[in-house]
Design a protein around this ligand. Sequence first.
Ligand code: ATP
Length: 198
Amino acid sequence: MDIGLFGGTFDPPHIGHINLARRFYAKSRSDLLIVMPANIPPHKASSATPAAMRLEMTRLACLSLGEEGINYTVSDYEINRSDKSYTYLTVKYLREKYRPEVINLCVGSDMLFSFDTWKCAEEILASCRIFSLAREEGEYDEMCRKAKYFNDNYGADVHIMKGSPVVASSTDIRNGGEMEKLTEKRVYEYIKSHGLYE
Ligand code: ATP
């Protein structure tokens, strides 16, 4: 079976994440989508929102994926590790657990552009198929150039997905952006009932 890995901080999860997950699942033809909230993301300051709350919000956000018939699970593997959430370690764990033929990995454009800085980036590029989606209009051509660079120089298999971006970011939401519009209803209700991001 082929698995699809979608990691993130999800602080909070928003409609851009759900759109990416949906498109990635369909395009990669993964048999199982694994949504993986990070414990301490390597490239970010550690999140102020407790991991258990990010995990719960991620579970709520993903319910709509299940309702659409997507075969997914939200994993607490990274959150239960006490160290940094390095994707190459998670990939190793998933390989042992599921023995997949292929591991597909999805990232937004910002992560594609900074992929060279990831720990063991070459190992990930050599062992996973990568799918990426623009976060803003006008990024597509640059993303294709980056994909070609990885494919030509690292024997990678990077695909850029087409389609209009869903512009949303957790930072904007935390900083007072249009939370109700940019989050799933169940996530919005959770945020409000727990007084998060006030
Ligand atoms: P923050 O604003 O806190 O940095 P974020 O909105 O980037 O958060 P993350 O949880 O860090 O959210 O993102 C997880 C993954 O989803 C990353 O690969 C990121 O590039 C991707 N992603 C986030 N938002 C979008 C979006 N609107 N469209 C496409 N991909 C996205």
